[in-house]
Design a protein around this ligand. Structure first.
Ligand SMILES: [Zn+2]
Length: 388
């Protein structure tokens, strides 16, 4: 199937093309350019999108649930509802993110999570309206006791290559990202082992000083997890993981850009420090996302959700942020144009994860894209060239 999408503007996101045409054949992008430059073959289905923007589908590498579903639960119907809700907010692919749980429950969750990871470019008509699961982000159990947040202390595990292997096997090799505190004994060896398995490593839930953070980078850490949250505050004389995250160009850093986890002024400072290449927007969304206020699951916890804030025993416990809103917030907080903010949720996570056919509208890339109004509000989502 061949479709030609025409819109007033297309954001690749590295460049903006006016009066654009995007040609998608069987789920893969065949051409991108101006309407005048792209010659759509006869027989291509023409879709006129008027004054809208076309941009790559958003990628969420840190999300725990949505639409009432928690990813730790083996519930295919709930998972589909969550993936449909994500697609409505512009997310076309994501990493299912675990939380610290009893060891057996973690292995059981990894078994069902790993069993259903999406593959190639084409979407079948049955799942076109759902974000694709590309793998697993392990947010526990290798975290610092001091910076565990709401992760239950009794279920934190000392990192070892053997423990990681057990989880890797349970997940059938679907673990793509590991959050780990580099200062915990055994962490450095485990980071090396993760890299050997092809897992990307994010430093977080950590009390590390700058030297230990650098040791984590030397071992293979390339990212930081929800920067500012679950790490010590910035001290201008005693540098720590946060100081390294803000200053080291080798690291890409996640931000929960809801204005609650990090205040708008500090988010603006962070975005300018990291620049358009260095920041990654994530939601850290929990099952309550897209649902009314109330009490919701996050792994084994029951979290109170009120006024857009998720708490457990008074501590922040994930968010109800959606990634399209995170993009609009980033543009607003940093006073950046929309295409710059879009990069933080498209190309940057794709580059961080090594997803070469995602995050950018380019020839040969997966035909996952979104249609936005000029204010960044999602109008439609296409997955594999099909509208949900
Ligand atoms: Zn999280």
């Amino acid at each position: 199937m061949l479709s030609a999408f025409y819109a007033a503007r297309l954001c690749t996101p590295l460049e903006v093309i006016e009066d654009a045409c995007l040609l998608v054949r069987d789920g893969t992008i065949e051409a991108v350019g101006t309407r005048a430059a792209v010659a759509a073959p006869s027989g291509a289905k023409a879709v006129e999108l008027g004054d809208a923007w076309i941009a790559p589908g958003l990628l969420d590498i840190h999300v725990h649930g949505g639409a009432g579903h928690d990813v730790m639960r083996d519930d295919p119907a709930g998972r589909q509802a969550m993936e449909r809700q994500m697609a409505r907010t512009g997310v076309t692919a994501y990493l299912a993110t675990t939380v610290t749980a009893p060891w057996d429950a973690t292995l059981a969750a990894l078994e069902h999570l790993g069993g259903a990871v999406a593959g190639g470019a084409a979407a079948s008509s049955g799942d076109s309206g759902r974000a694709r699961r590309l793998g697993i982000h392990l947010e526990g159990p290798f975290l610092s006791h001091a910076r565990r947040g709401v992760h239950p202390p009794e279920h934190l595990v000392a990192p070892t290559p053997e423990k990681l292997d057990q989880m890797w096997q349970a997940a059938q090799g679907a673990i793509r990202l590991l959050t780990i505190a580099p200062e915990v004994p055994g962490a450095i060896e485990t980071i090396h082992h993760a890299r050997r398995l092809g897992i990307r490593v994010s430093l977080g839930h950590s009390d590390a000083d700058a030297a230990t953070a650098q040791a984590g980078i030397a071992a293979g850490g390339t990212q930081t997890t929800h920067t500012f949250n679950a790490m010590p505050a910035l001290d201008h004389r005693v540098p720590n993981l946060l100081a390294v995250a803000l200053s080291d160009r080798r690291l890409r850093s996640e931000l929960i850009c809801d204005g609650i986890h990090v205040a708008p002024e500090v988010a603006a400072f962070f975005l300018r420090a990291k620049g358009p290449e260095g920041a990654i927007l994530v939601t850290d969304g929990i099952s309550a996302t897209g649902m009314p206020p109330g009490r919701y699951r996050l792994g084994g916890l029951e979290v109170e959700v009120q006024d857009g804030r998720c708490t457990f025993e008074g501590k922040l416990a994930g968010s109800v942020l959606t990634l399209d809103r995170a993009v609009r917030n980033a543009a607003k907080f940093a006073a950046w144009p929309l295409p710059t903010a879009l990069r933080l949720a498209t190309r940057n996570p794709a580059e961080a994860m090594g997803w070469q056919t995602r995050g950018e509208l380019a020839v040969g890339a997966t035909g996952d894209f979104i249609v936005l109004d000029g204010g960044g509000v999602v109008r439609r989502t296409y997955i594999g060239g099909l509208e949900g």
